[in-house]
Design a protein around this ligand. Structure first.
Ligand SMILES: [Zn+2]
Length: 142
């Protein structure tokens, strides 16, 4: 075993950043404008209509929830370094840090746009176009 200080550090509880989840921060906004119409499965591979057993139920089944949560994790892991880079150089003077920040911001924007486009395409393949855009436009169809 090494120096006692190292042992103490290794066993010390790590400071842990944990932000409030989006659905907590945006609770009232999501209630007024859900990501998909209430009673439509949020998993774009499914998009089935169902009768929620709880008001906050967003998926028709545990399988759909698990599959979509895995997709959220996958996209989140791709977005995370871009978000850090963007924020690190957000107010930087022109130079490598500002360049990195711009690439991070552009990557994040493109990822978000491409992801939403892909989810809409998958959802509409099921013949149930009830995504955010059509829902906002009042054109939601079965
Ligand atoms: Zn489903």
């Amino acid at each position: 075993m090494g120096m006692q200080g190292q042992v103490l550090c290794a066993n010390a509880p790590a400071a842990h950043f944990d932000a409030e989840p989006f659905h907590v921060i945006a609770e009232s906004e999501l209630a007024a404008q859900p990501l998909v119409a209430v009673g439509v499965c949020l998993d774009p591979f499914c998009s089935a209509q169902f009768v929620p057993s709880r008001p906050w139920q967003r998926y028709c089944s545990a399988a759909c929830r698990k599959r979509d949560e895995a997709e959220f994790r996958r996209i989140g892991q791709k977005a995370a370094p871009a978000l850090l880079a963007w924020q690190m150089g957000r107010y930087a003077r022109p130079g490598p840090l500002a360049d990195l920040s711009r690439v991070g911001r552009n990557y994040y924007s493109r990822l978000a746009a491409d992801w939403l486009r892909d989810r809409r395409a998958r959802s509409s393949q099921n013949g149930r176009v009830v995504d955010i855009k059509s829902f906002q436009d009042g054109k939601a169809t079965e």
